[in-house]
Design a binder for this molecule. Structure first.
Ligand SMILES: C[S@@+](CC[C@H](N)C(=O)[O-])C[C@H]1O[C@@H](n2cnc3c(N)ncnc32)[C@H](O)[C@@H]1O
Length: 245
């Protein structure tokens, strides 16, 4: 299972320590939404993971909900936000029976879709949950032309008597990235390790744009979010606006 309990429990800690500022990212997304729909009051965060962005959305918008497939990630989001509904649902097929002023999908989660048909289906589901004129913000994974085949990443952090490392190796497999993520945790009891293997689609810019357009959204491409040291988190953000009635 991807994003199982051990990975979910270290997720926020390791990303924050790498310089990911979930609050600033969510504030930037809220700015993008309000620049297009100043009266936006409701947000759905799709594939919300541990709810780290949702926490800021809940401060900035009157009504927020989240949706997440991995039970361990969803449990953390629910624990963090007891008053926010976090649905155990699949982004490719969900139907919540209501519409939102904004729908977001952060952290490259959209690229977990298994191919362009699933990408289209996922974007269609998100757009179907927008009011007319509503705003859809999606953070993509790397495009084929800027993905570095064989990329290795590493990070080591100290936390309350523990040393935690996260190393990654990413390889191109056809039109997908196979990313091996290895965690090693050392504490007073000893050293444990586990590996998660993630599969993320290398969709093209045009495939993302086409998915938005097929779902009835005019789409722009905005500057991407960055880590504290200025490194980009992703190539940019797709910002869609659902056409009127
Ligand atoms: C890289 S994490 C991003 C989490 C969060 N959005 C963030 O930015 O921190 C990808 C998330 O997508 C979720 N996910 C993957 N496939 C999904 C699907 N089909 N439906 C809902 N969530 C999914 C994973 O469980 C994981 O929590």
């Amino acid at each position: 299972m991807q994003y199982g309990t051990a990975h979910a429990e270290l997720y926020d800690l390791i990303f924050r320590s790498r310089g990911k500022d979930f609050e600033a990212e969510a504030e930037e997304v809220a700015r993008l939404v309000r620049a297009r729909l100043p009266a936006a009051r409701s947000v759905l965060d799709v594939a919300c993971g541990t709810g780290a962005h949702l926490e800021t959305f809940a401060r900035l918008f009157e009504h927020c909900q989240g949706l997440e497939l991995a039970p361990a990630m969803r449990r953390i989001a629910e624990r963090r936000l007891p008053r926010v509904a976090v649905h155990q649902s699949d982004m490719r097929t969900f139907e919540l029976g209501r519409a939102f002023d904004a729908v977001t999908c952060m952290g490259n989660a959209v690229a977990c879709a298994a191919g362009t048909a699933e990408l289209d289906q996922t974007v269609e589901r998100m757009a179907a949950h927008l009011v007319p004129g509503g705003v859809l913000v999606v953070e993509p994974w790397w495009f084929p032309e800027n993905f570095v085949d064989g990329h290795v990443g590493g990070h080591l952090m100290h936390d309350a008597g523990r040393i935690i490392s996260r190393t990654t190796h990413s390889r191109r497999q056809g039109d997908r990235t196979r990313m091996e993520v290895k965690f090693v945790v050392a504490d007073s009891r000893g050293i444990t390790e586990f590996t998660d293997v993630l599969s993320v689609g290398l969709f093209t810019h045009e495939e993302y744009r086409a998915a938005f357009e097929r779902a009835g959204c005019a789409v722009e491409f905005a500057a991407g979010l960055r880590l504290a040291d200025g490194r980009p988190n992703s190539p940019g953000l797709f910002v869609g606006r659902k056409e009127g009635p």
